[in-house]
Design a protein around this ligand. Structure first.
Ligand code: PLP
Length: 394
Protein backbone atom coordinates (compact mmCIF):
# COMPACT_ATOMS: atom_id res chain seq x y z
CA UNK A 1 0.00 0.00 0.00
CA UNK A 2 1.25 3.50 -0.71
CA UNK A 3 1.14 6.74 1.29
CA UNK A 4 -2.39 7.55 0.03
CA UNK A 5 -3.79 4.77 2.23
CA UNK A 6 -2.46 6.40 5.36
CA UNK A 7 -3.05 9.60 7.31
CA UNK A 8 -1.03 12.72 6.68
CA UNK A 9 0.03 12.38 10.31
CA UNK A 10 1.62 8.95 9.94
CA UNK A 11 3.16 9.94 6.64
CA UNK A 12 5.04 12.65 8.56
CA UNK A 13 6.76 10.06 10.79
CA UNK A 14 10.23 9.19 9.50
CA UNK A 15 12.99 7.00 10.97
CA UNK A 16 15.37 9.92 10.26
CA UNK A 17 18.94 9.87 11.44
CA UNK A 18 18.35 7.08 13.97
CA UNK A 19 17.71 4.61 11.15
CA UNK A 20 21.01 5.56 9.48
CA UNK A 21 22.92 5.35 12.78
CA UNK A 22 21.49 1.90 13.47
CA UNK A 23 22.42 0.61 10.04
CA UNK A 24 25.94 1.89 10.50
CA UNK A 25 26.18 0.35 13.97
CA UNK A 26 25.05 -3.06 12.63
CA UNK A 27 27.60 -2.85 9.79
CA UNK A 28 30.41 -2.11 12.28
CA UNK A 29 29.37 -5.02 14.52
CA UNK A 30 29.23 -7.36 11.51
CA UNK A 31 32.76 -6.26 10.65
CA UNK A 32 33.89 -7.28 14.17
CA UNK A 33 34.48 -3.71 15.36
CA UNK A 34 34.08 -2.61 18.99
CA UNK A 35 31.17 -0.24 19.40
CA UNK A 36 30.74 2.24 22.29
CA UNK A 37 27.11 3.25 22.33
CA UNK A 38 26.61 6.66 23.93
CA UNK A 39 23.45 7.37 21.96
CA UNK A 40 20.91 5.61 24.18
CA UNK A 41 19.12 7.20 27.12
CA UNK A 42 18.69 3.96 29.05
CA UNK A 43 20.50 3.85 32.41
CA UNK A 44 22.96 0.99 32.87
CA UNK A 45 22.20 0.99 36.63
CA UNK A 46 19.81 -1.57 38.10
CA UNK A 47 16.53 -1.13 39.94
CA UNK A 48 16.81 -1.38 43.75
CA UNK A 49 16.29 -4.94 45.10
CA UNK A 50 13.28 -3.91 47.23
CA UNK A 51 11.56 -2.59 44.10
CA UNK A 52 12.13 -5.81 42.14
CA UNK A 53 10.96 -7.83 45.15
CA UNK A 54 7.69 -5.89 45.34
CA UNK A 55 7.16 -6.49 41.62
CA UNK A 56 7.90 -10.23 42.00
CA UNK A 57 5.55 -10.68 44.94
CA UNK A 58 2.70 -8.92 43.18
CA UNK A 59 3.44 -10.83 40.02
CA UNK A 60 2.81 -14.17 41.79
CA UNK A 61 -0.79 -13.30 42.65
CA UNK A 62 -3.51 -14.17 40.18
CA UNK A 63 -5.77 -11.26 41.17
CA UNK A 64 -3.07 -8.82 40.02
CA UNK A 65 -3.67 -9.76 36.38
CA UNK A 66 -7.07 -8.07 36.20
CA UNK A 67 -7.65 -4.65 34.65
CA UNK A 68 -6.56 -2.31 37.39
CA UNK A 69 -8.82 0.50 36.04
CA UNK A 70 -7.47 3.06 38.49
CA UNK A 71 -4.51 3.89 40.69
CA UNK A 72 -4.33 2.03 44.00
CA UNK A 73 -4.94 4.41 46.93
CA UNK A 74 -1.52 3.31 48.25
CA UNK A 75 0.07 4.41 44.99
CA UNK A 76 -1.42 7.90 45.21
CA UNK A 77 -0.30 8.09 48.85
CA UNK A 78 3.19 7.00 47.79
CA UNK A 79 3.40 9.89 45.30
CA UNK A 80 2.11 12.28 47.98
CA UNK A 81 4.77 10.97 50.36
CA UNK A 82 7.57 11.30 47.82
CA UNK A 83 6.62 14.83 46.73
CA UNK A 84 6.36 15.99 50.33
CA UNK A 85 9.67 14.36 51.32
CA UNK A 86 11.72 15.14 48.24
CA UNK A 87 10.28 18.46 47.07
CA UNK A 88 8.33 19.80 50.07
CA UNK A 89 5.16 19.86 47.94
CA UNK A 90 1.80 18.84 49.36
CA UNK A 91 -0.58 17.27 46.88
CA UNK A 92 -4.17 16.09 47.10
CA UNK A 93 -4.92 12.72 45.54
CA UNK A 94 -6.99 14.36 42.77
CA UNK A 95 -3.83 16.16 41.72
CA UNK A 96 -2.10 12.88 40.80
CA UNK A 97 -2.56 10.41 37.94
CA UNK A 98 -0.34 7.56 36.77
CA UNK A 99 0.59 7.17 33.08
CA UNK A 100 2.49 4.56 31.08
CA UNK A 101 5.61 6.70 31.11
CA UNK A 102 5.97 10.42 30.42
CA UNK A 103 6.35 9.53 26.76
CA UNK A 104 2.77 8.22 26.70
CA UNK A 105 1.57 11.27 28.62
CA UNK A 106 3.16 13.52 26.01
CA UNK A 107 1.59 11.54 23.17
CA UNK A 108 -1.86 12.28 24.60
CA UNK A 109 -1.74 15.56 26.50
CA UNK A 110 -2.10 17.70 23.38
CA UNK A 111 -5.58 16.27 22.88
CA UNK A 112 -6.58 17.49 26.33
CA UNK A 113 -5.84 21.12 25.48
CA UNK A 114 -5.87 21.64 21.74
CA UNK A 115 -8.24 21.81 18.85
CA UNK A 116 -6.63 21.48 15.44
CA UNK A 117 -4.74 24.68 14.65
CA UNK A 118 -4.22 25.80 18.26
CA UNK A 119 -0.64 26.74 19.02
CA UNK A 120 1.76 25.01 21.40
CA UNK A 121 5.22 26.23 22.34
CA UNK A 122 8.23 23.95 22.65
CA UNK A 123 11.97 24.54 23.04
CA UNK A 124 14.33 24.25 20.08
CA UNK A 125 16.44 22.23 20.65
CA UNK A 126 14.36 19.97 22.86
CA UNK A 127 13.34 16.40 23.55
CA UNK A 128 11.54 15.26 20.36
CA UNK A 129 8.37 14.16 22.15
CA UNK A 130 7.70 17.76 23.20
CA UNK A 131 6.82 18.76 19.67
CA UNK A 132 5.18 15.41 18.97
CA UNK A 133 2.67 16.16 21.75
CA UNK A 134 1.32 18.98 19.58
CA UNK A 135 1.69 17.18 16.27
CA UNK A 136 -0.34 14.22 17.57
CA UNK A 137 -3.13 16.64 18.49
CA UNK A 138 -2.93 18.37 15.09
CA UNK A 139 -1.93 21.56 16.83
CA UNK A 140 0.46 24.09 15.34
CA UNK A 141 3.88 23.72 16.93
CA UNK A 142 5.92 26.89 17.41
CA UNK A 143 9.43 26.87 18.79
CA UNK A 144 11.01 29.12 21.36
CA UNK A 145 14.69 29.71 20.92
CA UNK A 146 17.13 28.65 23.57
CA UNK A 147 20.80 29.38 23.07
CA UNK A 148 24.06 28.52 24.74
CA UNK A 149 24.88 32.21 25.27
CA UNK A 150 21.69 32.62 27.39
CA UNK A 151 22.24 29.43 29.40
CA UNK A 152 19.62 27.76 27.21
CA UNK A 153 16.85 29.70 28.95
CA UNK A 154 14.10 31.23 26.79
CA UNK A 155 13.73 34.97 26.49
CA UNK A 156 10.02 34.98 27.35
CA UNK A 157 9.67 38.68 26.44
CA UNK A 158 10.80 38.00 22.88
CA UNK A 159 7.97 35.58 22.02
CA UNK A 160 5.55 37.47 19.74
CA UNK A 161 2.21 38.55 21.28
CA UNK A 162 0.36 37.00 18.35
CA UNK A 163 1.85 33.60 19.19
CA UNK A 164 1.13 34.01 22.89
CA UNK A 165 -2.53 34.86 22.28
CA UNK A 166 -3.00 31.59 20.41
CA UNK A 167 -0.87 29.37 22.64
CA UNK A 168 -2.67 26.69 24.67
CA UNK A 169 0.31 25.17 26.41
CA UNK A 170 4.07 25.49 26.67
CA UNK A 171 6.43 22.58 27.23
CA UNK A 172 9.22 23.42 29.66
CA UNK A 173 11.81 21.08 31.13
CA UNK A 174 14.91 21.59 33.26
CA UNK A 175 17.37 19.93 33.63
CA UNK A 176 16.81 19.88 29.89
CA UNK A 177 17.57 16.94 27.64
CA UNK A 178 19.57 17.37 25.39
CA UNK A 179 21.31 20.63 26.38
CA UNK A 180 22.05 19.53 29.96
CA UNK A 181 21.43 22.78 31.86
CA UNK A 182 19.40 23.52 34.98
CA UNK A 183 17.21 26.62 35.38
CA UNK A 184 17.58 29.07 38.28
CA UNK A 185 14.62 29.53 40.65
CA UNK A 186 14.04 33.03 39.27
CA UNK A 187 13.25 31.57 35.87
CA UNK A 188 10.35 29.53 37.25
CA UNK A 189 8.98 32.51 39.15
CA UNK A 190 9.00 34.54 35.96
CA UNK A 191 7.50 31.65 33.97
CA UNK A 192 4.53 31.32 36.33
CA UNK A 193 3.78 35.06 36.14
CA UNK A 194 4.09 34.88 32.34
CA UNK A 195 1.73 31.87 32.16
CA UNK A 196 -0.84 33.75 34.24
CA UNK A 197 -0.54 36.90 32.16
CA UNK A 198 -1.10 35.12 28.85
CA UNK A 199 -3.35 32.34 30.17
CA UNK A 200 -0.98 29.63 28.97
CA UNK A 201 -0.78 26.20 30.57
CA UNK A 202 2.71 25.05 31.53
CA UNK A 203 3.58 21.39 31.10
CA UNK A 204 6.84 20.74 32.94
CA UNK A 205 8.72 17.54 32.20
CA UNK A 206 10.71 16.69 35.31
CA UNK A 207 12.57 13.56 34.22
CA UNK A 208 15.96 14.47 35.68
CA UNK A 209 15.54 16.33 38.99
CA UNK A 210 17.47 13.53 40.72
CA UNK A 211 20.41 13.72 38.29
CA UNK A 212 21.90 17.17 38.74
CA UNK A 213 25.53 18.15 39.13
CA UNK A 214 25.05 21.68 40.46
CA UNK A 215 25.28 22.74 44.09
CA UNK A 216 21.52 22.85 44.67
CA UNK A 217 19.43 19.68 44.25
CA UNK A 218 16.90 19.61 41.40
CA UNK A 219 13.45 20.91 42.29
CA UNK A 220 9.89 20.29 41.22
CA UNK A 221 8.05 22.93 39.18
CA UNK A 222 5.22 22.49 41.70
CA UNK A 223 7.43 23.72 44.51
CA UNK A 224 7.12 27.26 43.12
CA UNK A 225 4.23 29.40 44.30
CA UNK A 226 1.32 29.48 41.87
CA UNK A 227 2.56 26.55 39.77
CA UNK A 228 -0.50 24.43 40.43
CA UNK A 229 -2.71 27.27 39.13
CA UNK A 230 -0.99 27.23 35.76
CA UNK A 231 0.14 23.71 35.02
CA UNK A 232 1.20 20.17 35.57
CA UNK A 233 4.43 18.23 35.82
CA UNK A 234 5.47 14.80 34.55
CA UNK A 235 7.35 12.82 37.19
CA UNK A 236 8.82 9.68 35.68
CA UNK A 237 10.30 6.78 37.64
CA UNK A 238 12.35 5.75 34.58
CA UNK A 239 15.63 7.49 35.32
CA UNK A 240 15.66 8.10 39.09
CA UNK A 241 14.73 4.48 39.81
CA UNK A 242 16.10 2.73 36.69
CA UNK A 243 12.63 1.52 35.73
CA UNK A 244 12.56 2.51 32.06
CA UNK A 245 10.99 -0.78 30.96
CA UNK A 246 8.31 -0.80 33.67
CA UNK A 247 6.66 2.24 32.02
CA UNK A 248 5.47 4.28 34.94
CA UNK A 249 5.30 8.00 35.43
CA UNK A 250 2.87 10.47 36.98
CA UNK A 251 1.13 13.63 35.88
CA UNK A 252 0.82 15.86 38.92
CA UNK A 253 -0.48 19.36 39.52
CA UNK A 254 -3.57 21.30 38.45
CA UNK A 255 -6.63 19.21 39.29
CA UNK A 256 -8.77 20.51 36.40
CA UNK A 257 -6.09 19.33 33.99
CA UNK A 258 -5.74 15.98 35.77
CA UNK A 259 -9.50 15.31 35.72
CA UNK A 260 -9.77 16.06 31.96
CA UNK A 261 -6.66 14.03 31.24
CA UNK A 262 -8.00 11.14 33.31
CA UNK A 263 -11.22 11.24 31.30
CA UNK A 264 -9.28 11.04 28.04
CA UNK A 265 -7.10 8.21 29.29
CA UNK A 266 -10.10 6.25 30.55
CA UNK A 267 -10.87 5.67 26.85
CA UNK A 268 -7.29 4.68 26.07
CA UNK A 269 -6.20 2.26 28.76
CA UNK A 270 -7.55 0.35 31.75
CA UNK A 271 -4.95 1.27 34.30
CA UNK A 272 -1.37 0.35 35.13
CA UNK A 273 -0.56 -3.37 35.62
CA UNK A 274 -0.83 -4.02 39.39
CA UNK A 275 2.70 -5.46 39.78
CA UNK A 276 4.06 -2.22 38.30
CA UNK A 277 1.92 -0.20 40.72
CA UNK A 278 3.34 -2.24 43.62
CA UNK A 279 6.89 -1.76 42.38
CA UNK A 280 6.26 1.99 42.15
CA UNK A 281 4.88 2.09 45.71
CA UNK A 282 8.03 0.32 46.93
CA UNK A 283 10.25 2.70 44.96
CA UNK A 284 8.52 5.88 46.15
CA UNK A 285 8.25 4.93 49.81
CA UNK A 286 11.35 2.75 50.28
CA UNK A 287 14.97 3.59 51.05
CA UNK A 288 16.36 6.14 48.61
CA UNK A 289 20.10 6.33 49.40
CA UNK A 290 20.83 4.64 46.07
CA UNK A 291 19.47 7.68 44.21
CA UNK A 292 22.17 9.89 45.72
CA UNK A 293 24.86 7.21 45.18
CA UNK A 294 23.80 6.92 41.57
CA UNK A 295 23.82 10.69 41.14
CA UNK A 296 27.40 10.74 42.38
CA UNK A 297 28.36 8.05 39.88
CA UNK A 298 26.78 10.04 37.05
CA UNK A 299 28.65 13.10 38.31
CA UNK A 300 31.97 11.19 38.28
CA UNK A 301 31.28 10.00 34.71
CA UNK A 302 30.41 13.55 33.69
CA UNK A 303 33.72 14.85 35.08
CA UNK A 304 35.71 11.99 33.52
CA UNK A 305 34.16 12.39 30.09
CA UNK A 306 34.19 16.18 29.86
CA UNK A 307 37.66 16.70 31.33
CA UNK A 308 39.01 13.83 29.20
CA UNK A 309 37.54 15.36 26.06
CA UNK A 310 38.94 18.78 26.92
CA UNK A 311 42.40 17.21 27.37
CA UNK A 312 42.35 15.79 23.85
CA UNK A 313 41.21 19.10 22.40
CA UNK A 314 37.42 18.86 22.33
CA UNK A 315 36.16 21.79 24.35
CA UNK A 316 33.08 20.31 26.04
CA UNK A 317 31.48 22.02 29.07
CA UNK A 318 30.54 19.89 32.10
CA UNK A 319 26.90 18.86 32.09
CA UNK A 320 24.78 20.54 34.80
CA UNK A 321 22.18 17.77 34.84
CA UNK A 322 20.42 14.90 33.01
CA UNK A 323 22.28 11.70 32.12
CA UNK A 324 23.87 13.36 29.08
CA UNK A 325 26.62 15.68 27.90
CA UNK A 326 26.02 18.25 25.15
CA UNK A 327 28.96 19.21 22.97
CA UNK A 328 29.60 21.55 20.06
CA UNK A 329 31.17 19.60 17.22
CA UNK A 330 34.70 20.50 16.13
CA UNK A 331 35.06 22.84 13.16
CA UNK A 332 35.20 21.51 9.63
CA UNK A 333 32.10 19.30 9.48
CA UNK A 334 29.10 20.04 7.27
CA UNK A 335 26.57 18.87 9.87
CA UNK A 336 26.32 17.09 13.20
CA UNK A 337 25.05 13.98 11.36
CA UNK A 338 28.21 13.99 9.15
CA UNK A 339 30.36 14.29 12.25
CA UNK A 340 28.53 11.40 13.98
CA UNK A 341 28.95 9.15 10.95
CA UNK A 342 32.67 9.88 10.68
CA UNK A 343 33.14 9.45 14.44
CA UNK A 344 31.42 6.08 14.29
CA UNK A 345 33.40 4.95 11.29
CA UNK A 346 36.77 5.98 12.75
CA UNK A 347 36.26 5.14 16.44
CA UNK A 348 33.13 2.98 16.92
CA UNK A 349 31.77 5.65 19.30
CA UNK A 350 28.08 6.33 18.70
CA UNK A 351 26.64 9.69 19.76
CA UNK A 352 23.40 11.39 18.78
CA UNK A 353 23.50 14.30 16.33
CA UNK A 354 22.05 17.48 17.81
CA UNK A 355 19.88 17.94 14.72
CA UNK A 356 17.72 15.05 16.01
CA UNK A 357 16.49 17.54 18.65
CA UNK A 358 15.51 20.32 16.28
CA UNK A 359 17.15 22.94 14.06
CA UNK A 360 18.72 24.61 17.08
CA UNK A 361 20.62 21.41 17.86
CA UNK A 362 22.55 21.47 14.59
CA UNK A 363 26.27 21.78 15.23
CA UNK A 364 26.09 19.81 18.48
CA UNK A 365 26.00 16.18 19.63
CA UNK A 366 24.57 14.48 22.69
CA UNK A 367 26.47 11.78 24.60
CA UNK A 368 24.84 9.55 27.22
CA UNK A 369 26.61 8.86 30.52
CA UNK A 370 25.72 5.16 30.35
CA UNK A 371 29.14 3.55 30.67
CA UNK A 372 31.44 3.49 33.68
CA UNK A 373 34.61 5.52 34.11
CA UNK A 374 36.91 2.73 32.89
CA UNK A 375 35.05 2.59 29.59
CA UNK A 376 35.00 6.39 29.43
CA UNK A 377 38.81 6.44 29.72
CA UNK A 378 39.03 3.85 26.94
CA UNK A 379 36.73 5.98 24.78
CA UNK A 380 38.91 9.05 25.35
CA UNK A 381 41.99 7.05 24.19
CA UNK A 382 40.16 5.80 21.09
CA UNK A 383 39.04 9.34 20.23
CA UNK A 384 42.54 10.71 20.80
CA UNK A 385 44.08 8.09 18.50
CA UNK A 386 41.54 8.87 15.75
CA UNK A 387 43.21 12.26 15.18
CA UNK A 388 39.80 13.85 14.74
CA UNK A 389 40.71 16.18 17.62
CA UNK A 390 43.75 18.31 18.13
CA UNK A 391 45.34 18.39 21.58
CA UNK A 392 45.85 21.97 22.79
CA UNK A 393 49.46 23.12 22.50
CA UNK A 394 50.98 24.33 25.73
C1 PLP B 1 13.21 14.62 28.79
C2 PLP B 1 12.60 13.27 28.83
N1 PLP B 1 11.30 13.15 29.09
C3 PLP B 1 10.70 11.95 29.13
C4 PLP B 1 11.40 10.80 28.87
C5 PLP B 1 10.69 9.48 28.85
O1 PLP B 1 10.25 9.13 30.11
P1 PLP B 1 9.38 7.84 30.30
O2 PLP B 1 10.31 6.67 30.33
O3 PLP B 1 8.67 8.08 31.60
O4 PLP B 1 8.42 7.75 29.15
C6 PLP B 1 12.76 10.86 28.59
C7 PLP B 1 13.53 9.64 28.30
O5 PLP B 1 14.63 9.63 27.83
C8 PLP B 1 13.38 12.13 28.58
O6 PLP B 1 14.68 12.26 28.32
Amino acid sequence: MDASHFSSLINEFKPGIFGALNEKKDALLRAGRTVYNLSVGTPDFQPAPHVMKAMQEAWGMAENYKYSLSDLPELLEAVQYRYEKRFGVHMDTDEIMSVYGSQEAMAHIGMVFCDPGDVILVPDPGYPMFEMSGIMARAEVRYYTIEEKNGYLPDLDSIPEETLKRTKYMMVSYPLNPVCVCAPDGFYEKLIAFAKKYDIIIVHDNAYSDITFTEKPGRSFLSFEGAKDVGVEFYSLSKSYNLTGARISFVVGNKDVISRFRLLRSQIDYGIFYPVQHAAIAALTGPDDFIEEQRQQYAARNRALCSGLREIGWNVPDSQGTMFVWAKIPEGYGSSADFCMELMEKTGVIVTPGSAFGKGGEGYVRMALVVDETVIRKIICVLDESEMFRRPTI
